[in-house]
Design a protein around this ligand. Structure first.
Ligand SMILES: CC(C)(COP(=O)(O)OP(=O)(O)OC[C@H]1O[C@@H](n2cnc3c(N)ncnc32)[C@H](O)[C@@H]1OP(=O)(O)O)[C@@H](O)C(=O)NCCC(=O)NCCS
Length: 209
């Protein structure tokens, strides 16, 4: 199946999802790639990584952009040539991109028990109290996604998920919440929205500054 869905997060922010069912060859034939992208694609070790990368280009084409409109900074942050903000994420069968007038970062993560096992390493365990096992996995995945997204926004070496990023208390029914980054003697505030997409959690984080 090709284009899966889009989510209008606010007036100027939309996330687009590709559900990857194609093989690498079909995706490759359907996109037009610049030389640097071809080089990157050839260097990817797994077919899954290649498919995720190509599915991002399918999404760009689906909404009127193409691979030539997308470049990367030295640290790997994606940049669109028309000045809009873009963030990119992939996980197993999904690739997604988010385009916005605001600064934001996104993350999509498959729901899996392992995220709960490693939760003490990156979140405040009191935030998982009084939840069922399934709810704990969901909440831990949301918080992980929030921290990855803040990392994508800030793009700074030295940010530690447990030591510098703090999620506020939230319920799964809230669909949104806030978090803070305490780093380099400053406190920055962020707000985030979260969604369940099939067996995945999708998170979009905005900078409040
Ligand atoms: C960069 C990083 C956030 C990517 O996240 P990920 O979950 O591995 O992968 P995702 O699929 O969600 O995101 C990949 C996309 O992020 C984007 N990205 C990569 N580096 C980026 C950066 N420095 N800033 C913003 N976006 C970046 C790219 O668009 C990339 O996809 P593409 O290369 O195909 O275009 C991650 O690799 C990372 O370094 N995280 C910090 C890890 C960390 O501090 N962990 C501590 C745990 S306690």
């Amino acid at each position: 199946m090709p284009f899966y869905t889009s989510i209008q997060i606010n007036a100027t922010t939309t996330a687009y999802f590709w559900h990857i069912t194609e093989d690498v060859t079909s995706l490759f034939r359907a996109v037009s790639l610049k030389d640097t992208s071809l080089f990157r694609l050839e260097g990817m070790k797994s077919k899954e990584h290649q498919k995720g990368f190509l599915a991002v280009r399918m999404l760009l084409q689906h909404i009127g952009y193409n691979d030539y409109d997308l470049t990367y900074t030295e640290t790997g942050k994606p940049v669109l040539n028309d000045g809009k903000n873009i963030s990119i994420s992939h996980s197993h069968k999904f690739s997604c991109i988010c385009i916005s007038n605001q600064i934001m970062g996104i993350d999509i993560e498959i729901l899996k028990e392992k995220t709960l096992k490693i939760a003490p390493r990156f979140l405040e365990m009191k935030h998982l109290e009084n939840l069922s096992e399934v709810e704990k996995i969901m909440k831990a995945t949301i918080i992980w996604g929030v921290k990855e997204s803040i990392f994508k926004i800030k793009n700074e070496v030295g940010i530690s998920f447990p030591e510098h990023i703090f999620e506020d208390e939230f319920c799964l029914s809230d669909k949104k919440c806030s978090a803070e980054l305490h780093f380099n003697n400053t406190i920055e505030k962020f707000n985030f929205h979260f969604y369940k997409v099939e067996d995945y959690i999708f998170v979009c984080v905005f900078s409040n500054n």
